[in-house]
Design a protein around this ligand. Structure first.
Ligand code: 5CA
Ligand code: ZN
Length: 406
């Protein structure tokens, strides 16, 4: 699948810093990648394309875009893969409910997502991969899991036995009751008869009447959700990746299951060095979600004339690990800040630019402390000095590191 347009990224002078991120699995900060040079690998869970990009999705992709930018700044080659869940129950249900072909719905929403990401200056992944085009990869991984004795049949549907992975549970560290409740809430079937463990998840669902299906050695059907992401990540990035990312709604079961499946299929541990999660962004006291319909859409804000850089700035004003609720003042405050910064770069001279850039780098590499990063640029914009290079340097760093074109 084609991704979207690459933004220009200036190279910023001055010493870069190593990135430390909070890892959900260990509950602490880890330095990723662990080495000094080479390639940094990241897999971020992409959209299910049945509705337009809302501010929660945008916050997630902007967060991982910062990681991408900080790695590049530190001299790493970045290998970034993102999927599209372009066949799934909610997509099929929405297509039926609105009388459109599921493939047309997916295509339309993927294009809108590309346009939103381009406007927000998010760097595209090298591989932007749909599930539909990846069925053979998924089938291959299920066969590996089967060979490892981790798959069993319930009335023609194939399940992954979570107990086959001794590390299962170590990403979320949730207790059994919480796991079961979240599994039921997020697409799982803990109460189905014939399963060995309530948490075992589908890897291949046999064909249902009226639903799309593909031929495979397991009969006609379609993949389960979690194995799709394991298969795509393993194929393009291999074991062990540096960052597995997504929103915090994916900690369990999705990332727990995907990692266990990848670990069982390959016999290698761990799937990722850091599991990084964007906290949920909400509206009016509730999580923003396509299924609830309480959405502030990036495309609608753009059509209403909002500057995409102000939208990005609004997202950056909140730390990625703190849940927050979108309000109109988020965008107004962001636009004001953007105006102040834009005003500051038109001055002839300014305060020490290199110091401001170092403060920006220090804040961002400290678990993406965007609030401190914005405050560092605010402080620069508010003071005066005689550095003639100041404005050019800060504008470059704000562009390269924060992704904001002034
Ligand atoms: N296709 C799956 C991942 S394989 C999926 O979760 N799709 S999604 O369209 O529902 O979400 C896309 C991305 O945005 C995921 O990483 C998800 O965790 C994140 N996300 C969804 N809702 C929110 C929200 N309210 N706040 C922050 N991030 C969110
Ligand atoms: Zn995923």
């Amino acid at each position: 699948m084609q991704a979207w347009t690459n933004p220009d990224i200036p190279v910023v002078p001055g010493p870069a810093r190593r990135l430390r991120l909070y890892d959900t699995a260990s509950g602490g900060l880890v330095e990723v990648p662990p080495g000094d040079d080479g390639t940094a690998r990241m897999y971020v869970c992409g959209i299910t394309p049945y509705d337009a990009t809302h501010m929660g999705h945008a916050a997630t992709y902007v967060t991982f875009d910062l990681i991408n930018r900080l790695w590049r700044d530190a001299g790493y080659a970045v290998h970034y893969t993102q999927n599209i869940t372009d066949v799934d129950d909610p997509l099929l249900e929405r297509a039926t409910a609105t009388g459109v072909e599921w493939t047309d719905l997916a295509e339309r929403e993927i294009q809108l997502f590309r346009d939103d990401m381009t406007a927000l200056r998010v760097i595209p992944p090298q591989e932007y991969v749909g599930v539909v085009e990846s069925i053979p990869l998924v089938v291959e991984r299920i066969a590996e899991l089967q060979a490892a004795g981790a798959v069993y049949d319930v009335d023609g549907d194939l399940y992954f036995a979570v107990k086959a992975d001794p590390a299962f549970g170590s990403i979320s560290s949730y207790d059994a009751e919480t796991m079961r409740a979240l599994f039921a809430e997020r697409g799982g079937d803990p109460d189905r008869d014939g399963k060995r463990d309530p948490l075992d998840c589908l890897v291949w669902q046999r064909e249902r009447p009226g639903e799309p299906a593909w031929d495979s050695q397991f009969g006609r059907g379609r993949p389960g959700w979690h194995i799709e992401c394991s298969a795509i990540a393993l194929h393009y990035l291999g074991m062990t990746i540096d960052v597995q990312g997504g929103g915090s709604d994916l900690i369990f079961p999705h990332h727990e299951m995907s990692a266990s499946e990848a670990q069982c299929a390959t016999g290698q541990y761990p799937f990722a060095r850091a599991y990084v999660h964007q906290a949920m962004v909400g509206l009016d006291g509730e999580k923003m979600s396509k299924s609830k319909g309480n959405l502030v859409l990036v495309s609608r804000e753009r059509q209403a004339g909002s500057d995409p850089m102000a939208i990005r700035m609004a997202l950056l004003a909140h730390h990625y690990r703190t849940e927050w609720f979108w309000t109109d003042s988020d965008l107004l405050d962001a636009q004001n800040r953007l105006d102040v910064w834009r005003g500051a770069i038109t001055r002839g001279t300014g305060p020490d630019g290199a110091a401001a850039v170092d403060a920006l780098r220090a804040a961002l590499t400290n678990d993406l402390d965007t609030a401190a990063a914005l405050a560092a640029v605010d402080a620069w914009a508010e003071s005066n000095g005689d550095d003639p290079e100041s404005a050019a340097l800060v504008a470059q760093a704000v562009d390269a590191l924060l992704g904001i074109k002034l």
